[in-house]
Design a protein around this ligand. Structure first.
Ligand SMILES: Nc1nc2c(ncn2[C@@H]2O[C@H](COP(=O)(O)OP(=O)(O)OP(=O)(O)O)[C@@H](O)[C@H]2O)c(=O)[nH]1
Ligand SMILES: [Mg+2]
Length: 367
């Protein structure tokens, strides 16, 4: 049996993992390879899964907890991607608040399923919006424990990718690359843009190298890690918006994220990532907000008008889940009233992520 290439692209909430995976998937598909993707979240109703499927990719998802806690689901989901034709390559995106992936996912995968997969190096995207503050010694508006996760993700990376360089001035890019080089002097560091593709030739070459396990698992304090995740409010829900007259799907999706960004700023809840996917018929719009001081972005435009749409809201922010739910409820209601839309909110899940309890944790390469 031909072994499947297995790549994992990590990084903090909103770092650009899904955008990067979509770019890589397009690249490998254009080479004639069969590509499968696996998304992951603490909850159900994932914006990323719908977003990537709307782009035509074959996507499996592992909802309900991170890959490390759902290792068997990850293996089963990856295997199911081969139902029609075995993928040549599987690209996976772990939850943006997850770390210790070498010891809990890649090591066990290599040890237990090495006959099925050849692993590539763990690539981790550095999110510049919070990176400058956290690498500079601050917490970026998060708890110190969440900032600890941000740094641990980069510490275990085999390839660090400073993403979104298209948005950085030359000085900002130099400053961030210097901060990364100072803190992680032994690492390979790339500068790239998942949006424009700049720097991806080098990244692709980096990903082409075989995975080599570290001599020992990263030193990590699971109490701090658990506190860092628990300091984040998590909310996924669905919203049905409808009216008698048509409206612009892109404008309403952007306005909803705008409204949510105001509400979160008023509540002093720093976003990890706030994303809304709206779909009507075969069209999709996605709007995102990744940090205080950053603009809301319509990352996927539908260009359509519609009288009804189904929306998925995925919000991760510093603070209490109840406050997050309140912000979402209020914002949806206010927007619907202002635009004379009927809004039905359903499938609300809001919580603090529980303590990570990995299925496996290999302290050394042999297990
Ligand atoms: N300008 C710019 N924006 C980017 C780039 N990569 C991602 N983004 C934007 O950053 C936001 C978050 O991107 P995603 O790819 O959804 O990030 P993610 O890491 O998958 O987010 P989570 O899955 O929620 O953790 C979106 O608005 C993207 O359009 C980039 O290279 N340049
Ligand atoms: Mg994503």
């Amino acid at each position: 049996m031909q072994r499947t290439r297995f790549l994992m692209i990590g990084g903090f909430l909103g770092a650009g993992k899904t955008t990067a995976i979509a770019r890589l998937a397009r690249y490998y598909t254009n080479l004639g390879l069969q590509v499968g993707l696996v998304t992951n979240d603490q909850a159900y109703g994932l914006v990323d899964t719908h977003n990537l499927r709307a782009q035509g990719f074959q996507v499996g998802e592992v909802p309900g907890a991170c890959f490390c806690c759902k290792f068997d689901d990850l293996v089963d989901t990856a295997a199911a991607l081969g139902a029609d034709r075995q993928p040549d390559i599987i690209l996976t995106e772990p939850v943006g608040s997850c770390t210790d992936l070498m010891a809990t996912v890649l090591q066990p995968l290599q040890h237990l399923f090495g006959d099925r997969y050849t692993l590539g190096p763990l690539a981790v995207l550095c999110k510049p919006e919070h990176g400058r503050k956290i690498l500079g010694g601050g917490t970026g508006g998060f708890s110190p424990q969440a900032a600890y996760i941000f740094l641990k993700q980069l510490e275990e990376a085999q390839l660090i990718v400073l993403n979104k360089i298209d948005r950085l001035s030359a000085n900002e890019q130099d400053e961030l690359l210097q901060l990364l080089a100072d803190r992680y002097p032994q690492k390979q560091i790339f500068a790239a843009s998942a949006t424009t593709g700049e720097g991806f030739d080098a990244l692709l070459a980096g990903l082409n190298v075989e995975y080599s396990p570290a001599a020992a698992a990263m030193d990590i304090d699971y109490d701090v890690y658990a506190e860092g995740e628990a300091a984040l409010g998590w909310l996924n829900c669905s919203v049905r918006l409808s009216s008698t007259a048509p409206w612009s799907l892109d404008e309403v999706t952007s306005q909803l994220v705008d409204g949510l960004s105001f509400a979160l700023q008023a509540a002093e809840m720093e976003p990890g990532h706030l994303k809304v996917l709206a779909s009507a018929a075969a069209s999709t719009a996605v709007a995102n907000w990744v940090a205080t001081g950053e603009p809301v972005e319509l990352s996927v435009a539908s260009g359509i008008e519609t009288a009804a749409a189904d929306l998925l809201i995925n919000a991760r922010a510093h603070g209490a889940p109840d406050d997050l739910a309140h912000c979402v409820q209020q914002t949806v209601t206010t927007l619907a009233r202002r635009l004379s839309l009927d809004a039905q909110i359903s499938s609300v899940q809001h919580f603090r992520p529980g303590r990570p309890e990995p299925t496996h944790r290999y302290a050394s390469p042999q297990g």
